[in-house]
Design a protein around this ligand. Structure first.
Ligand code: ADP
Ligand code: MG
Length: 145
């Protein structure tokens, strides 16, 4: 299933993230794609809000590769911007699968292995404050989790 939406502000992108996080089960992986400044972090902030995380808890990931926010479900926020594809394997991200929460990964193209069951969120700057957000999910994505 593919959903395409256009947002016109950071708040609208956060709302889109919140809506997604509110309806997916524990164990869901969300892979985010898009250039620097596209709005990936804004979307993940929205996901955290959708899970009931205190907004003050959600800071921009600086040099922390994996941040955990505690909401209705834990949200593990990973930013692979500064990580090379060869280093990704050493991070042990697979272990997050067993953590009972939701995993959101910025710069997911750095993940070497394909993840067919993950939800893919691609954000493109459409000029000014407009962003085109494409959300792709497989119909059977949750069946093996
Ligand atoms: P990324 O994580 O993809 O590098 P960020 O979420 O950190 O991007 O930053 C997105 C920037 O774009 C922020 O400065 C935000 O205010 C701005 N922005 C403008 N319009 C939007 C929009 N519609 N959605 C998301 N961010 C937007
Ligand atoms: Mg970011």
């Amino acid at each position: 299933m593919r959903t395409i939406l256009e947002t016109r502000s950071e708040d609208e992108t956060r709302a889109a993230g919140a809506a997604l996080a509110s309806r997916v089960p524990a164990g869901t992986w969300v892979l985010l794609f898009g250039d620097l400044g596209a709005g990936k972090t804004a979307f993940v902030r929205g996901m955290a809000e959708g899970l009931g995380v205190e907004p003050a808890e959600v800071s921009s990931p600086t040099f922390v590769l994996v941040q955990e926010y505690r909401g209705r479900l834990p949200l593990h926020h990973v930013d692979l911007y500064r990580v090379s594809e060869s280093e990704v394997e050493d991070l042990g991200l697979d272990e997050l699968s067993g953590a009972g929460g939701i995993v959101a990964i910025e710069w997911a193209e750095r993940l070497g292995q394909p993840m067919p069951t993950a939800i893919r969120v691609s954000i493109v700057d459409a000029g000014g404050d407009r962003r085109e957000i494409t959300i792709e999910e497989n119909a059977g994505a949750y069946s093996d989790r």
